[in-house]
Design a protein around this ligand. Structure first.
Ligand SMILES: [Zn+2]
Length: 282
């Protein structure tokens, strides 16, 4: 998809400063009784910039309203959970413990975006289970477990990297049906977490997120894996800001200017939801 968006890791790591406060969701109006009642009421100092961002996306995205594989679409199709498959493009061994840590960490990072959405304008989820259902490798011996808790794909190469079975991947089956996926729907994956040895920066899209395998492992105890968070943001539709300035600074999607989801990132994500939600008939 669009937004291959290479993020300059050196810049990103060097500058993390302004505007990194995470603002909780605004309180719902007093009369609201149900979660999801809070509507579009961004802070005044962000409103004009948010309008500019949406206009810029409308002007520059080829198929903004027709595209139907945003993470929003994936979430609704899977009724509030997300399955991943890991593309382990590395010869470094992976223990069962590391495998399980990666799943937990990925879920934590994914849910930072969900937390930014919870309670906003009918968004139906406050927490999304993230399940890693498969691993793809070049050599089975790289994976140091013998249990069958995840599917393992060996030697299926695409883009010069191991991939999980295409019949099980949503990117290849965007109608959400997986008739040729061994094991059926429970073994499908919505996105890939593509971990590449020696890679700096990242890439993200509807297909998933790609970051360095060393980056992921070495930052596994950090609260915010900001490159991964940024790339998940692309899956939600959010843009890059390498070539223009919306008039505010210091936010995650402006690579190198923040290391966590900020108030501005939160409102950009909410803008996507409010523009797309009618397609779900909720
Ligand atoms: Zn980017």
């Amino acid at each position: 998809m669009r937004r291959p968006a290479l993020l300059a890791a050196a810049i990103a790591l060097a500058t993390a400063v302004t505007g990194t406060m995470v603002t909780p969701a605004p309180a719902a109006p007093a009369q609201a009784t149900a979660a999801g009642a809070a509507e579009w009421n961004p802070p005044a100092h962000l409103s004009a910039a948010l309008d500019r961002v949406w206009q810029h996306q409308e002007d520059t995205y080829g198929n903004l309203y027709g595209f139907r594989n945003y993470i929003w679409d994936q979430l609704i199709a899977a009724r509030g959970s997300i399955n991943y498959c890991v593309r382990w493009d590395s010869s470094a061994p992976v223990s069962a413990a590391l495998r399980d840590q990666i799943e937990v960490k990925l879920g934590q990072q994914f849910n930072k975006w969900i937390a930014a959405m919870a309670g906003f304008d009918g968004f139906p989820y406050t927490y999304v289970p993230v399940n890693v259902v498969g691993w793809a490798v070049r050599d089975r011996n790289t994976l140091q477990w013998t249990d069958d808790s995840v599917d393992v794909y060996v030697g299926d190469i695409r883009e010069n990297a191991p991939q999980c079975a295409e019949p099980c991947g949503r990117f290849f089956n965007q109608n959400g049906q997986y008739p040729n996926c061994p094991g059926g729907y429970a073994h499908h994956y919505d996105m890939s977490l593509w971990l590449t040895a020696g890679m700096g920066g990242g890439a993200g899209g509807d297909w998933g997120q790609r970051v360095g395998s060393e980056y992921f492992v070495n930052s596994i105890n950090q609260e915010n894996q900001h490159i991964l968070l940024h790339e998940i943001g692309h899956g939600l539709g959010l843009d890059d800001f390498y070539d223009w300035d919306p008039g505010v600074g210091g936010f995650l999607m402006k690579a190198g200017s923040a290391t966590m989801i900020t108030e501005f990132d939160t409102w950009m994500a909410r803008d996507w939801w409010r523009h797309l939600k009618s397609r779900y008939g909720l």
